[in-house]
Design a protein around this ligand. Structure first.
Ligand code: HEM
Length: 426
């Protein structure tokens, strides 16, 4: 095999397949060879250039003119004609939002929509998040076992996302199905027979998003981020377009929900696999914010992201022609020894943990990062206070195969309810 520039492809580059279990289980380990020996390589199976080192990835994030984010939400596995017909039958027209919008359109829109993410604005959501976290823990605290994902970590961030966006709380189960389908549709490799089913779910998700948006337009004074966008549209119709609003109504749910649900599931798995770190945060909750940061570094929920080279360019000494697609593996950057001393070590006191690139970097860096951090901190505060004696049950962790969104489908935990602190010392 050869790269598009005619260079030979190494054996490991030829074998690289992000839909394989090896990548799903541990992306930074799966590309360790690349990070150490061939930091930028062409993957013939994927048709992408894969970038694995911290410095190169940060430089790519920094230059969003040379490295356009326009393909961030493009289907990584093109769908067949049948699935495309199904999508068309629903009027599916997912378009640019923010994350995949180029300049000069992106920055004015980002600025116009930023206010609901300020620390003061986010503070208003804290009681809602804490209330939800407590209510869900109440439901299983006396059981002695739980699947943290099924019984809490999937639904609570979804509900928070809906509140944040301003969506009524109904239709949760349907939404849950839809958002999974959207992930597979965008970042996964569904088989031809699955594609049609996924396309139906995505089409329905799209239509549902349109209906919710219409409802919001009737009552645009609500506190949600979408209502904020509807109000901004009156002032700046060319910046906050109809296409943006409908696309964000759907993409926003996924952006705020799955990323955070997966991040917390990854964090709980990691912390419980490191009993000393878990004991430390149980004893001293002031360690939680940095522990969250270290979890996002060591085992983040967005493993990789995409950019399109708009001109001939050199990355890490490798010439990449204009029009090339890049898979930038932030989870690998986060384990780069040049940036993080003893990078594979999980250290909740690590001083530069917040240099992690899980939220991206630069002009497109995640707008919701502080909402996500607040949620994760609150979940950990509640778990450590109420279930400090929780441990992982025997299990093999499974992941939904895709390049980017990563978190275990289940996290089974167990504990002795007779030892619950609120029973022992009510
Ligand atoms: C963008 C990750 C939670 C809203 C992004 C990007 C990543 C990301 C990787 C692209 C960054 C880039 O291109 O440089 C995450 C992770 C989360 C999370 C790991 C949770 C742990 C949230 C939440 C929201 C949100 C809760 C709330 C609505 C957004 C938006 C953008 C974005 C609006 C687009 C920003 C732009 O392009 O200007 N996020 N995200 N995210 N995220 Fe998040």
């Amino acid at each position: 095999a050869a790269t598009p520039t005619g260079c030979p492809v190494s054996r490991r580059a030829a074998e690289f397949d992000p839909f394989e279990d090896g990548y799903q289980q541990d992306p930074p380990e799966y590309v360790r060879w690349a990070r150490e020996q061939e930091p930028v390589f062409y993957s013939p199976k994927l048709g992408y250039w894969v970038v694995t080192r911290y410095e190169d990835i940060k430089a790519i994030f920094r230059d969003n003119l040379t490295f356009s984010p326009s393909i961030a939400l493009e289907k990584i596995t093109p769908t067949g004609p049948e699935a495309n017909e199904v999508l068309a039958s629903y009027g599916y027209a997912m378009n640019r939002t923010l994350v995949n919008e180029d300049e000069p359109a992106h920055m004015p829109r980002r600025r116009a929509l930023m206010d609901p993410f300020t620390p003061e604005a986010l503070m208003h959501h804290e009681p809602m998040v804490r209330h939800l976290a407590r209510e869900y823990v109440d439901r299983f605290i006396d059981d002695g076992k739980a699947d943290l994902v099924d019984q809490m970590l999937w639904e609570v961030p979804l509900t928070v996302a809906l509140h944040f966006l301003g969506v009524p709380e109904e239709d949760m189960d349907t939404l849950r199905k839809y958002s999974i389908a959207h992930t597979v549709n965008t970042w996964g490799r569904p088989k031809p027979e699955e594609q049609v089913e996924v396309a139906h779910a995505v089409g329905k998700f799209w239509q549902f998003a349109g209906k919710v948006l219409d409802k919001m337009r009737q009552d645009p004074d609500g506190p949600g981020w979408m209502q904020y966008g509807i109000r901004k549209q009156k002032e700046l119709p060319d910046v906050v377009t109809d296409s943006y609003l409908h696309s964000m109504m759907m993409a926003g749910i996924v952006a705020a929900h799955e990323t955070t649900a997966n991040a917390t599931a990854n964090a709980m798995k990691l912390l419980l696999q490191h009993p000393q770190a878990w004991r430390d945060i149980c004893e001293d909750p002031s360690l939680i914010p940095n522990a969250v940061e270290e979890c996002l570094r060591h085992n983040g929920s967005v493993a990789a992201w995409r950019r399109l080279a708009t001109r001939d360019v050199t990355v890490g000494g490798i010439d990449i022609p204009a029009g090339s697609k890049l898979l930038i593996v932030m989870s690998s950057a986060n384990h780069d020894e040049h940036q993080f001393a003893d990078a594979d070590l999980f250290d909740i006191r690590r001083e530069n943990a917040s240099d992690q690139l899980t939220f991206g970097y630069g002009s497109h860096q995640c707008m919701g990062k502080n909402l996500a951090r607040m949620e994760m901190q609150i979940f950990l505060e509640e778990f450590t206070r109420r279930l400090p004696h929780m441990r992982l049950a025997e299990q093999r962790f499974t992941y939904v195969p895709n390049t980017s969104f990563r978190g275990p489908e289940h996290v089974f935990v167990e504990w002795d309810p007779a030892l619950n602190p609120e029973r022992v010392d009510p």
